[in-house]
Design a protein around this ligand. Structure first.
Ligand code: SF4
Length: 189
């Protein structure tokens, strides 16, 4: 296994320990609903590519979930293309890059969408519940909520990172894939 490559059998565990809240939310919603709308598929799909999920594993991962909702045949017909597309295997063969925090924060999720940045796009009540589920202590949680309220979304995410890893993140969080790699670095020390 190459460095920075994640395999399907590890994905649930690394999602729990090292995905930022935006990606945990998409990941858990996909597992629960077996579906994500376009914006969510793009945000999570490119992130997963960025953390080193190979194309074949990505296809297997999305197919396992979507098949339970729309059937395997419809998945192959309607959804597999866009996953190969994200990996630069279709269309103009552009190698699409994972979204930065700035891009995610400025996105405008509509009804039924699950993409976006939870520090910006969740109600305070939902944000509190999500952070509690992640394991953020109630003391750290108030600081995170305060930052989110003041529209310092990336700082809120940085404080969440620090609370969950008992470690400082001096550079701050500016990319979900940076959150992931910084987390893995600390957990593997
Ligand atoms: Fe995701 Fe960035 Fe928002 Fe954190 S600050 S939840 S990494 S978009």
């Amino acid at each position: 296994k190459e460095v920075g490559e994640i395999s399907l059998k590890d994905i649930d565990q690394v999602a729990r320990t090292s995905f930022p809240l935006c990606m945990q939310h998409l990941f858990n919603t996909l597992r629960d609903d077996h579906h994500l709308k376009h914006g969510g598929r793009m945000q999570l799909g490119l992130f997963l590519k960025g953390v080193g999920l190979k194309l074949d594993d990505a296809l297997a991962f999305w197919k396992t979930e979507f098949s339970q909702k729309v059937g395997a045949e419809r998945f192959d017909k309607e959804y597999a293309y866009s996953i190969r597309h994200n990996y630069g295997k279709e269309g103009k063969r552009t190698d699409y890059t994972p979204y930065s925090c700035q891009k995610i924060i400025l996105s405008t999720p509509g009804v039924g969408d699950h993409h976006g940045c939870p520090y910006r796009h969740f109600s305070e009540e939902n944000l509190r519940a999500a952070l509690g589920k992640m394991g953020v202590s109630s003391r750290a949680l108030e600081d995170v909520i305060e930052k989110a309220r003041n529209r310092h979304y990336q700082l809120a995410c940085t404080l969440t990172f620090e609370a969950l890893h008992a470690s400082s993140c001096d550079a701050g969080i500016n990319h979900p894939n940076q959150y992931f790699s910084d987390s893995q670095k600390i957990l593997k020390e």
